[in-house]
Ligand binder design. Structure first.
Ligand code: SF4
Length: 238
């Protein structure tokens, strides 16, 4: 899976492919990567709606594909329950978290440091411990201002390929897939959330921006936790 060979005009794909073509494309991307990386292909399952689609697609490619979930002490009760249900159904989903001591209220005073400790560090650990050669994410380029500069296949960390198989999907197509294939989702979506994260940093909004409810009131508003923007192989090289 040569990274350079698959750089395409992402915008053209977003608007040029219809729903069924996007499903086929995503399945093909996962299948090709699975052929190349085998057990080293691992899904990063955030338990959000996009990850639920990617996980379902991956299971259609091969039931043996593994995944990992990063959870934190601040995840809402509903998310923790949904995670338990998913892990019970799919024991090949490994759960990672951090017990690091952090200052009280760090998510307000320095959300980047909080995410680094509670999300990015466990992601690095998961990638190292699970022997990941290619990690698969639910990133979509239509999701917000911070997500426009990605490709379907990337190698931002040398030696670690990142596959974003639903990169060119619209939010509507994600919900279309979840409905048509009857994929369960976190019940918090029924309350009006459009993007889910830790409880204190996630709010319901009527804003047009899908990620507007994330880190409201901080410099990180609508931004990223860091797993897609920070180096992931810095500390656990084996
Ligand atoms: S989303 Fe908020 S609470 Fe969760 S790790 Fe990041 S800053 Fe901390």
């Amino acid at each position: 899976m040569a990274v350079a060979a698959v750089q395409e005009d992402i915008k053209a794909l977003v608007d040029g492919l219809h729903f069924a073509e996007k499903v086929e494309r995503s399945l093909r991307l996962i299948a090709e990567a699975h052929n190349e990386f085998g057990d080293g292909l691992v899904v990063a399952n955030s338990l959000g709606k996009d990850s639920c689609v990617v996980w379902d697609l991956a299971k259609r490619v091969s039931a043996s594909i593994r995944g990992f979930i990063i959870t934190t002490r601040f995840k809402p009760r509903e998310t923790k329950r949904f995670m338990s249900d998913m892990v019970e159904r799919y024991p090949e989903l490994a759960v990672y978290s951090s017990d690091a001591e952090i200052p009280e209220g760090l998510h307000e005073t320095d959300p980047d440091a909080c995410c680094e400790a509670l999300k990015v560090e466990p992601t690095r650990r998961a990638i190292a411990e699970m022997g990941v050669g290619c990690w698969v994410t639910g990133l979509r380029c239509t999701e917000g201002r911070t997500r426009t500069d990605f490709q379907e296949i990337e190698e931002r960390d040398v030696g670690l390929v990142k596959l974003n198989p639903v990169l060119v999907w619209h939010e509507r197509e994600i919900w279309q897939y979840l409905a048509l294939y009857e994929v369960p989702v976190n019940p918090l979506y029924k309350q009006g959330y459009r993007s889910l994260g830790c409880g204190p940093c996630t709010h319901i909004t009527a804003d047009a921006n899908e990620r507007a409810g994330r880190w409201i009131g901080t410099s990180k508003c609508g931004g990223e936790c860091g797993i897609h923007t920070r180096p992931l192989q810095a500390e656990y090289v084996i």
